[in-house]
Design a binder for this molecule. Structure first.
Ligand SMILES: Cc1cc2nc3c(=O)[nH]c(=O)nc-3n(C[C@H](O)[C@H](O)[C@H](O)COP(=O)(O)OP(=O)(O)OC[C@H]3O[C@@H](n4cnc5c(N)ncnc54)[C@H](O)[C@@H]3O)c2cc1C
Length: 424
């Protein structure tokens, strides 16, 4: 009851704000966001947010504290996302953040989505990645590349009740994603799809599967095509992987065994799936950077009050210079990760190239998350090492930041390739 009341209170604040934003054209929306950050002609700090962005951040922070926090430990131990949390995200309008209001979404900006992912990750990175994949990958693919018919059919459902997942990786194609082997063969007005996808976030609970498959292996990456597949079309979801961290987030194998998909469920053009995957993962990386940033800040926020309560040798441990230097350093690292992340988000919104900055943000924020959560466990001593403290979980959760949506080596490769072009 309390949960429903909280979700609906948050929703009642978010929806009118979303409606106001959504009435504006995308161009006006961008202009609004840029104007909000400028004072006359003087650019303002990256940390300055528009009123709508501040409102999104504050509301998600409240949702995370009131709805998610009481369930975090139980979800981690059960390795299961609480269905009430997913329902609450939909009810609060957080599953269609950038979806236009006319299609049931909040009509808010990309930066608003990034702020939501960051706030959720402060409390639970598992809930954060569920919201992130659904918003920055699945919804964005529909908004950017889908036909009007597919948008009208799927975007309202994705904003209100249907969870989505993004199925690219396979057992033999991870970093080398375009070596995928899932096959789509055209038979009249249907494609028949066969293959197996690995590591699919949200697949345990998802209704909508974006599946990348090749229509002709001889075409190499130019055969890769993106399909929209409903669970009811015959998708089989395997058992959940048992993981080091983000345990409440479902990660499963997805098997497609002679799944018949109507021809009109090709998302974008046949053979252009590789382009969709590249472009969408560039954006998605900013989402993972935000998740890692939130995780680092969440760990820091748990530890700092403890440092000023705990006494040893007659002094608060936070007053020892050796400790002061460490928390000053970590605070600086977190601030740098935040600036990289927000900058990448602003560049994306401004419609200029952002692939290098997104890769830098994801690489660095995941490094900072590892460093910060490790230090925080140490700062809290034996207590920090126990499962009674949330920092133990955040320390386990951080490792995934260096792996999914492109490993750290792959981010470095992306950065290096762009630098080489800039300097050659
Ligand atoms: C919890 C979780 C959730 C995930 N969610 C999704 C999802 O929703 N959808 C999806 O499609 N995928 C998902 N993935 C898959 C994820 O994107 C891949 O695991 C990741 O891309 C790495 O691929 P891999 O595991 O095959 O590792 P590999 O590609 O085998 O890499 C192993 C190691 O080799 C290094 N390496 C590989 N190639 C190079 C190179 N050229 N140069 C230098 N080093 C290299 C890597 O950096 C890494 O350290 C998820 C994975 C996990 C663990």
């Amino acid at each position: 009851m309390l949960f429903r009341a909280t979700a609906s209170a948050i929703r009642s604040q978010l929806r009118p704000a979303a409606a106001t934003l959504g009435r504006q054209s995308p161009a006006l929306g961008r202009a609004f966001s840029v104007t909000a950050r400028t004072l006359g002609d003087s650019p303002r700090s990256l940390n300055s947010l528009s009123e709508d962005e501040q409102m999104m951040r504050d509301m998600v922070s409240r949702f995370a504290r009131e709805v998610v926090q009481p369930r975090v430990t139980a979800m981690d131990e059960a390795e299961q996302m609480d269905a009430e949390v997913i329902r609450g995200l939909f009810d609060a309008g957080l599953m269609g953040i950038e979806t236009p209001v006319e299609q049931g979404g909040a009509g808010a900006s990309f930066t608003s989505a990034i702020l939501a992912i960051e706030e959720l990750a402060k409390i639970d990175p598992s809930v954060s990645v569920l919201c992130d994949v659904h918003n920055t990958l699945v919804n964005t693919v529909f908004r950017t590349y889908a036909s009007r018919e597919l948008q009208e059919k799927y975007l309202p459902a994705l904003a209100e009740r249907s969870l989505g997942c993004f199925c690219l990786s396979e057992a033999s194609s991870g970093s080398d994603a375009f070596a995928l082997q899932t096959r789509a063969e055209l038979h009249g007005d249907h494609y028949v799809i066969n293959g197996a996808k690995m590591w699919i976030t949200n697949s345990g609970e998802a209704d909508v599967f974006l599946v990348f498959a090749t229509v002709d292996p001889a075409l190499g990456y130019r055969g890769i095509t993106c399909f929209v597949i409903d669970r009811s079309m015959g998708v089989q979801v395997g058992k959940k992987e048992r993981k080091l961290g983000i345990r409440a987030s479902s990660t499963c194998q997805v098997t497609l065994d002679d799944v018949r998909v109507p021809r009109e469920n090709v998302l974008g053009e046949v053979g252009k799936g590789y382009k969709i995957a590249i472009e969408i993962l560039n954006e998605g990386r900013i989402g993972i950077a935000a998740q890692m940033l939130g995780l680092a800040q969440g760990a820091f926020d748990h530890a700092l009050p403890y440092l000023f309560q705990r006494k040893q040798f007659g002094s608060r441990i936070g007053d020892f210079q050796a400790m002061q230097h460490q928390y000053a350093q970590i605070a600086t690292d977190i601030e740098a990760a935040r600036l990289l992340t927000y900058n990448a988000a602003r560049l994306k919104e401004e419609g200029v190239s952002f692939a290098k900055e997104a890769a830098m943000a994801k690489l660095y924020a995941s490094q900072v998350a590892e460093r910060a959560s490790s230090k925080v466990v140490e700062w809290m001593g034996g207590v920090g090492f126990t499962r009674d403290m949330p920092v133990e979980k955040l320390y386990r959760d951080c490792k995934i930041g260096a792996i999914y949506e492109g490993t750290s080596n792959i981010q470095l490769q992306t950065i290096a390739k762009i630098l080489a072009k800039e300097y050659q």
